[in-house]
Design a protein around this ligand. Sequence first.
Ligand code: CP
Ligand code: NVA
Length: 322
Amino acid sequence: STTPVIRHLISISDLTNKEFETLVNKAISFKKIIKTENKPEILANHEKLLGKTVALVFSKRSTRTRISSEGAASFFGAQPMFLGKDDIQLGVNESLYDTTKVISSMVSTIFARVNSHKEIQDLAKHSSVPIINSLCDTYHPLQAIADIVTIKETFGELKGLKLTWIGDANNVINDLLIASLRSGINVSVATPNGIELDPKVIKVADEVSKDNGTSYELTHDPIAASQNANILVTDTFVSMGQEFEAQQKLKQFQGFQISTEHTAVAAQNWKFMHCLPRHKEEVTDEVFYSENSLVFPEAENRLYAAISVLDTFVVNKGDFSK
Ligand code: CP
Ligand code: NVA
């Protein structure tokens, strides 16, 4: 018999359109089961990972990702174990290789929040269980799934929507760009001069948009990018791990705060999104707390995204047809 190939969730780039759509739709159906308190369905799911454990190996802070992945583990009857950077030997007293071998021998999956993308790749290489990328410097796939779930439940039809990103060229937009282009959404990305998307992401975006008849543009003009946007999105200007260059980055982002200047030129049905945590320099209170803001449902949808991912990659061992 051959050893089965382990499917890891590293980035939205690694999925097919169909697989990505499955993750989104599954999140929406799990949300229904949970919101309607459908007991028989909940109990049936509760047996799926009963008696198992799920490790969260996090070397950075987290509110949403931690709560949603611990919640997802509980939904399937598994015990989550949060292993922060000060809790385990990793990085101080033990190598990533040894740590991965040991942890993966005892748990059903590892949610990992790391610094470099290379760390996620190394984890995936040496782990005997699925690795779920819970944010690295280059990608944040769980966020992208929750974001498309949120857009789908708000707009219904995804085809032809325009999403505008005004912000950094970071992990969140890298996956959100590919997720949008896979889903029929056109994208405009406005970054400050001198801050450009990763060429490796651009390459995937070119392929995916060509395959799907979607389009995207890269610009340094936030107002032009906002024209007719259905969804305006941003994120922190200073990601975790970049604190040392905060001053310099904040200077580069002057003029990038999303405000009514942007919503005024957006489509009439515009919505605002932000993965959170949010700082005032990224968006005015007026927009952030407006009726058009989806930020809190978006955060809540992280739970259903994590449940969908756990079901697909762990319960069904990467078989998307189940
Ligand atoms: N959006 C997000 O990933 O938030 P946390 O850093 O709080 O997990
Ligand atoms: N880009 C941000 C996202 C936080 C959820 C960071 O990496 O810190």
